[in-house]
Design a protein around this ligand. Sequence first.
Ligand SMILES: [Zn+2]
Length: 91
Amino acid sequence: MNYVEIILKDEEGIIFHVGSDSSNFTHTVSYDYIDGWWCSCEQYTYRRCFCKHMQRARECAEKEGIVLDDNIFLGLDDAEKEELEVGSYGG
Ligand SMILES: [Zn+2]
């Protein structure tokens, strides 16, 4: 089932339901204006990828005139983010 549906849209972000290509499973994709993208699929859960569901959700939003970036929610606190940016030296 290849579809994208906007479930909720408010000042904090957008929530989509995106159908999977390979099954009739539906993934939940959300975009938070501060934190970025989140998806319920394994690609995001294990690899923090900008997955195809996010891509389709973003295309759907664009059709509604909403332009979104590709910032991904990593689920890290600020200290962990800093560590990733700085790299692993000095530790
Ligand atoms: Zn996904």
